[in-house]
Design a protein around this ligand. Structure first.
Ligand code: PLP
Length: 404
């Protein structure tokens, strides 16, 4: 008789976004005429930029010719894309990363979820709290945690690093040394960024203690301030302790096309085994999940026209972030983020719980956001709004919130 992976049973009831969808659907059923504005979900809304659409068309046409047809692609992705990534995302920033260290994938979510598989199940894991849920869920499924503990609002054996207004949403170096440390900057959900010297302290800590940092740079394109690193490899010694994951979703609108990459430096060696060689054996190795045409689209992200068009897209979303920040301030809210990230993290008024505030916004002004407590215990009393809407619905949502 077969058995199941019982670690899955430790996962908590319903996923945050299905609970939100359920509450919104119930509200809409009771109020079919309601004009509900969604500023909750982290999906982009702007269409694919023209330079990328042209690259897609060219690649599709190529695939229809005898000379241009491509079958299974190279395991780590096409060289043209890995070269473009290294030149633009690393060499241009003075980082020593080579194309052989880049693994193309069909998005960061799979990579941040699967990367834990190359590590032993006895490793201790540290995550920020609040946190992008994928880091926690995949380690729960792998058996690196104990049960969910209602008293703490987290999983036993997992090291939670609180990120609150008191510490500027930047985690403190933990007293108990973790083996695997997940960091994400600019951060989802708090919108916080990290200064280079603070990130350097993490790199030094990991090198000193023999830990690995799993660095999620999905929102790097939103950094607007000086002194904030775009990559962990801008820090001295990061090649020896850090894996970095990137997405094309939020900088270039690939949430539907699907493209990302992971960097595993050759210096990362554990007891004589290179982590690079382990990741070469990962799931889906032969196809890496990203079709030729999408990798050509990814290459166009780095063309001069692509860069200019995407700068405009990011600026469009960041104008929404400004509208949200200023609108919230005028309405008397305390809010964070939205300067180097498309997320605004606000404190709920009158010490309301995150879900109570969610219901209030939905029922009183028909605006949907994301309850902070859905991202972890330290997110209780906070609420996330995203800058991915249109200017029109963002403005309208803020006008409504000001009437609360
Ligand atoms: N990492 C973080 C922190 C995210 O917020 C997201 C998506 O919301 C992802 C990764 C997933 O990116 P992708 O669309 O490339 O899978």
């Amino acid at each position: 008789m077969y058995t199941i992976n019982e670690n899955y049973l430790k996962l908590q009831g319903s996923y945050l976004f299905s609970e939100i969808a359920k509450r919104v659907a119930a509200y809409k059923q009771a109020h079919p005429e309601a004009d509900v504005i969604r500023l909750g979900i982290g999906d982009v809304t702007q269409p694919i930029a023209p330079a990328i659409v042209q690259a897609l068309h060219r690649a599709v046409d190529e695939m229809g010719t005898r000379e241009g047809f491509r079958g299974y692609g190279p395991e780590q992705g096409y060289d043209f894309l890995r070269q473009a990534i290294v030149k633009n995302d690393y060499q241009a920033r003075g980082c020593d990363i080579s194309p052989e260290e880049i693994f193309i994938s069909d998005g960061a979510k799979c990579d941040v979820g699967n990367i834990q598989e190359i590590f032993g199940t006895d490793n201790t894991v540290a995550v920020c709290d609040p946190v992008y849920p994928v880091y926690v869920d995949t380690n729960v499924m792998a058996g690196r945690t104990g049960q969910f503990n209602p008293a703490t609002g987290g999983f036993d054996k997992l090291i939670y690093m609180p990120c609150t207004a008191e510490n500027g949403f930047s985690p403190q170096l933990p007293k108990q040394t973790p083996d695997l440390i997940y960091l994400c900057f600019p951060n989802n959900p708090t919108g916080a960024a990290i200064q280079k010297d603070a990130l350097q302290a993490w790199v030094d800590y990991a090198n000193k203690n023999g830990s690995v940092i799993l660095y999620d740079a999905a929102y790097e394109a939103y950094i607007s301030e000086e002194g904030i690193p775009h990559s962990i490899y801008e820090c001295q010694g990061a090649r020896g302790c850090a894996i970095e994951m990137h997405s094309f979703s939020k900088n270039a609108g690939f949430t539907g096309l699907r493209l990302g990459y992971t960097v595993i430096p050759k210096d990362l060696v554990c007891n004589g085994t290179s982590l690079h060689s382990l990741w070469e054996r990962r799931h889906g190795t032969r196809y890496n999940g990203a079709p030729y045409i999408v990798q050509r689209a990814g290459e166009a992200v780095y063309s001069p026209e692509g860069k200019a068009q995407l700068r405009e897209q990011v600026a469009y979303y960041m104008e929404n972030a400004r509208l949200i920040r200023e609108g919230l301030a005028q309405a008397g809210f305390t809010a964070y983020g939205g300067v180097n990230a498309p997320y605004i993290w606000l404190k709920t008024p009158d010490k309301m719980t995150s879900w109570a505030f969610f219901d209030r916004l939905l029922h009183e002004v028909q605006v949907v956001g994301t309850p902070g407590s859905g991202f972890g215990a330290s997110g209780e009393g906070y609420f996330r709004l995203t800058a991915f809407g249109t200017h029109e619905n963002t403005r309208e949502a803020l006008q409504r919130i000001q009437k609360l």
